[in-house]
Write a protein that binds this ligand. Structure first.
Ligand code: HEM
Length: 416
């Protein structure tokens, strides 16, 4: 723009010279001056807003991936992920997890996506170390059951590593330092090699060791569908990476019996992924009730190594102390060079008894659960904890209401 303004300035000087010459010949009346001035102003403003014709010719057109043939993405070098500001006073010991309470009085199956602020791509807190230790323990015992990158997603996984190692030191400078071809975790002293020719680790695994989230990369096919081609799914609780690796997104959901997937979610999701642009990341939240306190794998639905697992084989919970509120905050964004889509899954995990001490929560959760349809009840394992949970929620809700908490004053601040 500065260059353009200088060029416009030059144009004005030429114009002034022309006017002086004109004035000499015409006698320089006020009318002739005004007319010339108006024409001049119009010419200069047109120049500034449109740019010079020569400039337009040399401008490189960005690849128009909007009109792409599915499965054929052209690297977009014009897009840069916004650099996040440092998280003020963030501490891996003191910063508390965000209190996502992502349920409403009425439950509906919807995509439930909202725009995401770039700064919040990864949310880290004082449970980082606990999550990290659990991840490292599970990787040691289960290895590549929990992660892999197929050749289709190799470029995307390296691109994700590059994006994350740009984001993390900017957002959490007290934990991450990028120097040369490495990034160091200043708390654990882990050092990750980012140079592909020197590194021996799967990039998706390196990424997953830096954050509390599980990570997945989905790749577009020529028919417009997406499949899971890279992932480090280490703390998923209710599903296993190996069961879904390289599956198409639709099949991932139908094989998991996600309620009303075909009728209510599939059409919107298909459109959403085909149209997802680089600059519009999104988030969504969900929630589950778990009948044990294992973050990595919910052992009460079955042994992780047994082929068929699910709520139908689970033991019934007898006491509210066994129950945990499990809620995921998921984000989705597209990577500019590969065009792959990154799916992050951050689990928040709170004992039910602790959760119910919060104002309005017992009534809202009770109403929400009571509004589940039969298919949702089945998917979420309702039968296995309803007797331990529902009377407890009712009791806590009444206590709060009798203590003066007026339902009409409840703040409406989803997902909190
Ligand atoms: C807009 C994007 C998406 C929407 C709206 C969506 C929706 C859902 C819903 C409604 C469920 C049931 C649990 C819940 O309430 O969250 C679910 C489960 C699941 N989703 Fe998605 N999903 C999306 C993207 C993805 C992606 C990109 C993956 C890639 C791995 C994925 C993998 C899964 C898996 C593995 C489950 C669990 C299935 C099971 O219980 O076995 N989803 N999804």
């Amino acid at each position: 723009m500065n260059k353009l303004t200088n060029e416009a300035g030059l144009l004005v000087s030429i114009y002034q010279e022309l006017f002086l010459q004109f004035a000499k010949v015409s006698g320089g009346t006020i009318e002739s001056f005004n007319t010339l001035l108006c024409i001049g102003i119009i010419l200069v403003s047109l120049y500034i807003t449109k740019g010079s014709p020569t400039k337009k010719k040399v401008q490189r057109k960005a690849p128009n991936n909007k009109d792409r043939e599915y499965g054929h993405w052209m690297a977009d070098h014009t897009f840069t992920t916004p650099t996040p500001p440092p998280f003020k006073n963030w501490s891996h010991e003191l910063t508390k997890p965000l209190p996502y309470r992502a349920f409403k009085h009425n439950y509906h199956i919807t995509m439930g996506i909202r725009n995401m602020d770039w700064a919040s791509w990864f949310e880290l807190d004082n449970e980082w170390m606990k999550y990290h230790e659990e991840k490292v323990r599970r990787i040691k015992t289960r290895g590549t059951e929990l992660y892999e990158t197929s050749p289709k997603a190799t470029e995307a996984a390296w691109e994700l590593l590059d994006e994350m190692t740009s984001y993390l030191p900017n957002r959490y400078p007290s934990m991450f330092k990028r120097e040369g071809t490495t990034i160091e975790n200043l708390v654990t002293k882990e050092i990750f090699e980012l140079d592909r020719s020197k590194s021996t680790e799967d990039p998706i695994l390196m990424c997953a060791k830096m954050v509390q989230d599980d990570l997945a990369i989905i790749i577009e096919h020529e028919d417009g569908n997406y499949s899971l081609e890279s992932g480090a799914i280490i703390l998923a609780g209710f599903w296993r990476f190996r069961d879904k690796f390289q599956m198409k997104l639709n099949e991932i959901h139908t094989s998991g019996d996600v309620p009303k997937f075909n009728e209510k979610l599939k059409p919107g999701m298909t459109r959403f992924f085909q149209r997802l642009t680089l600059d519009k990341p999104v988030v969504r939240n969900n929630y589950f009730i778990q009948t044990d306190d294992n973050l990595g794998w919910s052992s009460s639905i079955g042994d992780e190594d047994v082929k068929e697992v699910g709520w139908n084989t689970a033991q019934e919970a007898t006491n509210v102390d066994q129950l945990y509120f499990r809620s995921e905050r998921q984000s989705l964004r597209r990577l500019p060079k590969s065009g792959a889509v990154v799916f992050t899954i951050r689990t928040y995990f709170v004992p039910m008894v602790k959760l119910c001490k919060e104002p309005y929560i017992p009534r809202r959760l009770l109403d929400g659960i009571n509004s589940w349809t039969e298919d949702v009840k089945e998917y979420k394992g309702y039968a296995k904890y309803k007797d331990a949970l529902l009377p407890y929620l009712e009791k806590r809700a009444l206590e709060q209401e009798q203590g003066g908490l007026a339902p009409a004053d409840e703040p409406n601040v989803y997902p909190f």
